[in-house]
Design a protein around this ligand. Structure first.
Ligand code: GUN
Ligand code: FE
Length: 423
């Protein structure tokens, strides 16, 4: 049993932060067994007290949509919209991951940098390559960080180097599923059809079957860009909307499902997401950089859709989920002024999306409540805290101004996670 003491800030509801000044959180076997403002109230016989003094203790970040093999392209090549951006910059880079030595160099750095920014759980796209995907999963496992990692499946509208047969895709997925078979493991496979334009109907059917037979989650892209949506309408003419196309293949909530973007989701699609419990992953930096648009996150939340946040490297340029919260708020403000999507999102809502809402995809993760896994960051904001700020002001300033230099400790499932080796 460990008892951590510090200023606790978290979002049990999206309406606001709970703040416990000099609070205590007791952790046993990776899970929180008590949270209190007085040690006596914990009602725990004994435990090792770990004191964090004047530091802030917050839930660790969840990045629910990120492409690990696009890490070399981070912060560059954003002068096209989605479909030509993919063919010009993204596919040529992903093709390099046939080479596991190249993959190891990029993936080590990627995992290390997720750690740096306090992201302890992620839903990650790899590439079509089974062996480099396995390597990425092993790196997360060695690091002790939580990840759903998808071998990407695709067999049309892509260069030969990234095209595979349905049989090849199924065999590669099954090999990864066999290695990472523990349903409680921190690292799990996730079925990852890239998106409808990249997958033939037999590939989509095979993905739906894999998810169903192995009880695995699904991730993909949805209604990101206008040209993409027009192409999906051509490719799946009998579907009533993009989401309906996934739904027909058993890839839309039949097992837990993440859908990135949802910028242009029509009412029918939003309703299908709500009904099927599909989680929308808002990726504001990506939507800005490759000029996709503004996702109406307020509407999604109001209609009862689950919402998380993603960095979407390398459409997005920033791995720091605190900065993704800031962009989420800024895009929401623009959407309220330009499109009348009101009211604007609030800071606790953005924080909740990146912690408790996203964390629900992993079980009980993302909050400091009994039964939750202890995923936490200890924030040393002394460099930002030079006057009499309240605890909430300190957290807001860290979210807007802080970076990895202010993260003193990182915990995932109750374990302190040391820096993964990158070189
Ligand atoms: N849609 C299909 N593939 C991708 C990708 O790699 N990035 C983004 N942003 N959208 C996609
Ligand atoms: Fe993406």
């Amino acid at each position: 049993m460990k008892i951590y003491k510090g200023h606790l800030l978290f979002t049990p509801e999206r309406t606001g932060f709970e703040v416990i000044e000099n609070g205590y959180v007791a952790v046993e076997n990776g899970r929180i067994v008590g949270v209190a403002s007085q040690l006596a109230d914990l009602d725990i016989a004994d435990g090792e007290l770990v004191e964090f003094g004047d530091r802030l203790v917050i839930p660790a970040m969840c990045d629910m949509h990120v492409h690990a093999p696009q890490y070399r392209n981070q912060g560059m090549s954003m002068d096209h919209e989605l479909l030509t951006w993919l063919s010009t910059y993204t596919f040529p880079e992903e093709a390099k991951f046939a080479d596991t030595a190249y993959a190891e160099r990029i993936y080590r750095r990627f995992v290390r940098d997720l750690w740096r920014y306090g992201t302890m759980r992620a839903a990650v796209f790899a590439t079509i390559h089974g062996e480099s995907t396995r390597l990425l999963m092993r790196l997360f496992h060695e690091a002790g960080m939580g990840a759903l990692v998808g071998k990407v499946d695709m067999d049309r509208n892509c260069p030969d180097a990234l095209c595979e047969t349905v049989d090849e895709a199924v065999t590669a997925n099954e090999s990864l599923i066999a290695e990472f078979s523990d349903p409680d493991g921190l690292v799990r496979p996730i079925i990852t059809p890239r998106f409808i334009p990249s997958c033939t109907p037999p590939m989509l059917e095979a993905c739906g079957r894999l998810a169903r037979e192995h009880g695995l989650a699904v991730q993909s892209h949805l209604s990101e860009n206008r040209d993409e949506i027009a192409l999906v309408r051509e490719l799946e003419p009998t579907s009533t909307c993009y989401g309906d196309a996934y739904n027909r293949y058993g890839l839309f909530g039949q097992t837990p499902t993440l859908m990135a973007h949802c910028v242009y989701s029509p009412d029918e699609e939003i309703e299908l997401m709500r009904r099927n419990g599909v989680m929308a992953v808002h990726c504001p930096t990506s939507n800005l950089n490759i000029a996709s648009g503004m996702s109406p996150v307020r509407t999604l939340l109001d209609r009862g859709v689950r919402v998380a946040l993603g960095s979407d490297i390398s459409g997005g340029h920033d791995l720091n989920m605190f900065r993704i919260m800031v962009y989420t708020l800024q895009v929401s403000k623009l959407a309220s002024v330009v499109q009348g999507v009101k009211p604007q999102l609030t800071l606790p809502e953005a924080f909740w999306c990146a912690t408790k809402s996203a964390g629900s995809f992993f079980g009980r993760v993302g909050s400091f409540e009994p039964g939750y896994e202890f995923d936490a960051l200890v924030i040393d904001d002394s460099g930002l805290n030079f006057d009499h700020y309240t605890l909430l002001e300190r957290l807001e300033r860290f979210i807007y101004l802080g970076d990895d230099r202010h993260i003193a400790h990182r915990y995932c499932r109750g374990m302190e996670i040391p820096e993964p080796k990158a070189d």
